[in-house]
Design a protein around this ligand. Structure first.
Ligand SMILES: *Cc1c(COP(=O)(O)O)cnc(C)c1O
Length: 377
């Protein structure tokens, strides 16, 4: 190596191959080096890994495989966000001229991705009530059913067995967003679903410090999705993949507490006079009924005063962090949904979604009860 300062500066990072780190190091590198031209050939023949991080990176691969293992699916890929994971998953199945039947009570961002962007790609989308018979929505070009295992924000638990039976009858693929349930509570792939998608931004990451997505499922579909991810540039950064893997290590212990606290909060709020309704699933799995509680404030309450009285409970447009937080679907995730669709779904001005955190349950109940009391003044 030359002795000039600039040469020394740019070659300052040392190779540390073979150091036995306890956790996977962060491979924060946009590209990987080759010994010679034969080594490049070896990459294209599958005899060595890694070329360029948009195409693949050890940390993002580690995350995709970790979630695939939790979902008991053969393969998985990590992406830059939940929405980009949904995008590449849908595009792995559907192309221009194809038709999708999607559940009408979807995460607002997914609703827009399907109704605005994918239709612009020439993919037809029908939104349907998945509790009803889907036959009237079937077309000759229908290829995919899309739904969420637990819906947002009203927490309807999808009957995946029924969805799968319908799909099999007409040779359709099924894709399920498992963000709210996580594989701790539901493993849709084991119920025959083809693709399971996550906003890893939520419980998988768990600490509100990353934006990421993961798609898992049938190997040929993940292979097709990987090509889409490369061509569309939906790769996740190595650092965020590393943080998400770190989060997953505590998924079970976090979920255990989230679920226990949520059940207790739902029970405690049931009789509060400020509320019309408490939404909390009756049954998700033997391990519990989820970590989100959605409440509906009565029409004559002051919703603004409720939010102003939340104290240490954070007001956010997300969920699933270690801290309890409250969000307002009408003001955030669902603000662009047509009014008729909102009314149909039961998303009113009084709907507040609470992401129950890991704090002492007595403190959570006290703060929420106080805020609800204030909404009545
Ligand atoms: C947040 C969320 C998404 C979108 O994920 P991003 O990581 O924000 O892109 C999709 N589905 C559900 C159920 C979500 O909660």
């Amino acid at each position: 190596m030359g002795q000039g300062f600039d040469t020394k500066s740019v070659h300052v990072s040392m190779q540390r191959e073979g150091i036995p780190t306890k956790v996977t190091p962060i491979h924060q590198s946009s590209a990987f080096t080759f010994k010679d031209l034969q080594d490049i050939e070896n990459f294209y023949h599958g005899e060595r890994d890694y070329l360029y991080s948009r195409v693949g990176n050890p940390n993002t691969d580690e995350l995709g495989k970790a979630v695939a293992q939790l979902e008991e699916a053969p393969d998985g890929i990590a992406t830059s966000s939940g929405l980009s994971a949904i995008l590449i998953g849908v595009l792995a199945v559907a192309k221009a001229g194809d038709h999708i039947i999607a559940s009408e009570d979807l995460y607002g961002g997914t609703y827009e991705l399907l109704s605005e962007e994918l239709t612009a790609f020439g993919i037809e989308v029908s939104f349907a009530d998945f509790t009803e018979d889907l036959s009237p929505f079937l077309q000759d070009n229908t290829v995919l059913l899309y739904t969420e295992s637990v819906t947002n924000p009203l927490l309807r638990v999808e009957d995946l067995t029924k969805v799968k039976e319908f799909a099999d009858r007409y040779n359709l693929k099924v894709m399920v967003d498992n963000t709210f349930a996580t594989p701790y509570l539901i493993q849709p792939y084991l119920q025959g679903v083809n693709l399971v998608v996550h906003s890893a931004t939520k419980y998988l990451g768990g600490h509100s410090d990353i934006t990421a997505g993961v798609l898992t499922g049938d190997s040929p579909l993940i292979k097709a999705a990987r090509t889409k991810a490369i061509n569309l540039g939906t790769n996740l950064s190595p650092f965020e993949a590393w943080l998400t893997v770190r989060g997953i290590k505590t998924l079970s212990v976090r979920m255990e507490r989230h679920v226990r606290n949520a059940a207790a909060l739902a029970e405690a709020l049931k009789k509060h006079p400020a509320l019309d309704k408490v939404y909390y699933p009756e049954f998700i799995s033997e391990r519990g009924n989820g970590a989100i509680v959605t409440i509906e404030l009565k029409e004559d309450t002051n919703v603004e005063a409720f939010f102003q009285s939340l104290g240490w409970i954070k007001i956010v447009a997300t969920l699933a962090g270690v801290e309890t937080s409250a969000s307002y679907p009408m003001g955030t995730s669902h603000r662009n949904m047509p009014e008729a669709a909102l009314r149909q779904l039961g998303i009113t001005k009084g709907i507040v979604r609470i992401s129950v955190g890991l704090e002492d349950i007595a403190d959570i109940i006290e703060m929420m009860t106080n805020a609800l009391d204030q909404s009545q003044k």
